[in-house]
Ligand binder design. Structure first.
Ligand code: TXA
Ligand code: MG
Length: 321
């Protein structure tokens, strides 16, 4: 059976209806600039439990709470450092999640029992309008992981969400279509519980951008806090991902446009730069599965900036499911 109503035209009325259904305990998958999220009322334990069920995700993995503006930080968090305010001012709405000490509002069913909570203001008109409608009817935040089954590739289109999750959704759940995600990889996660910021997951908000906003020197990507995206095998398609090797006959190939396709290989994407690479990478990996390819070769982009996030996800994808 497949369910989850597909909403292709996100009018003001449709979004106000979606907010009402969220408040009533339904799940609403929605677009963000990074990837699509599977949303539930972050104050409704039963609704949040359904996220875990639909994703097939272990219950001790914390969820990000999406909020409509930085004013809502103090609802969910305490002990907010100056550098975090600077980051929020500069990069929200945007592809950045900040981890704070939690307030009483952030219950164990959101934080996976940890003393911290992750917050993000997404930069997408549909997501922001949904958050705004939700807040009008008393909603405090929308808990949303990426809208994929646990360990799989994150969806960057509404159709990918439907293919991935509709068999697990109920008829009253919704999938909002807001077009393809423009960033394409998940948000940068920054731990703001210590005296200086620390990157837990790289993304489009880069080390240089964080240093610029905060005046703090950032040490390498940390891994002491439990982040499910830090599990080694994650973001993986069914096809085996091979990195930086020559694609053979019948194998898929994802590489920058200036890298030629060996004869007999199947070109899945040829982005012109790292930003475009990030934007098309997940849909190209899904395409490999849709074409039932056994192997897909990916030539990783070099350099800094978002290329660091791309290589991070690809290394994990290459570990398989
Ligand atoms: O771009 C994104 O961040 C997307 C969109 C939908 O906003 N969301 C996303 O959620 O990627 P998810 O659940 O797939 O990945 C969020 C990561 C998880 O690895 C989770 O463990 C970590 O954030 N996380 C959430 N709360 C945390 C906390 N309090 N402390 C440490 N890690 C946390
Ligand atoms: Mg995820």
């Amino acid at each position: 059976m497949s369910a989850g109503q597909f909403v292709s035209n996100c009018t003001a009325d449709a979004l106000s209806q979606a907010a009402t259904q969220l408040k009533a305990g339904s799940l609403v998958a929605f677009p963000t600039e990074t990837v699509y999220g599977l949303g539930a009322d972050a104050n409704n334990e039963a609704a949040v439990a359904r996220i875990y069920e639909v994703k097939g995700r272990p219950a001790n993995h914390p969820l990000i709470v999406h909020i409509g503006s930085m004013q809502a930080i103090s609802d969910w968090a305490t002990d907010i450092p100056e550098y975090a305010i600077a980051l929020a001012r500069k990069y929200w709405p945007g592809p950045m999640t900040l981890i704070f000490k939690r307030s009483d509002l952030a219950m164990n069913f959101i934080t996976g029992g940890q003393e911290s909570v992750g917050l993000r203001v997404p930069e997408h008109t549909v997501a922001l309008a949904l958050l705004n409608e939700f807040s009008k009817i008393g909603g405090k935040g929308i808990a949303a992981p990426s809208a994929n089954r646990f360990g799989h590739v994150s969806p960057t289109t509404a159709t990918a969400v439907k293919e991935e999750l509709s068999e697990y959704l109920l008829p009253e759940d919704l999938i909002l279509d807001g077009g393809p995600s423009q960033v394409g990889v998940e948000s940068t996660i920054i731990d703001c519980t210590q005296s200086a910021p620390r990157i837990l997951r790289p993304g489009a908000i880069t080390i240089e951008m964080i240093e610029e906003a905060t005046g703090e020197k950032i040490s390498g990507v940390g891994d002491e806090i439990r982040v499910s995206g830090s599990l080694e095998n994650h973001y993986a398609p069914r096809a085996k991902v091979l990195l930086n090797t020559e694609a053979r006959i019948g194998e898929g190939l994802i590489a920058l446009a200036d890298i030629p396709t060996p004869s007999g290989a199947i070109r899945l994407a040829e982005p012109r730069n790292s930003e475009e690479f990030a934007r098309v990478m997940y849909s190209a990996l899904r395409d490999a599965d849709a074409r039932k390819l056994e192997k897909v070769v990916v030539i990783e982009p070099l350099g800094e900036g978002i290329a660091i996030a791309i290589r991070d996800r690809l290394e994990r994808a290459s570990k398989g499911r």
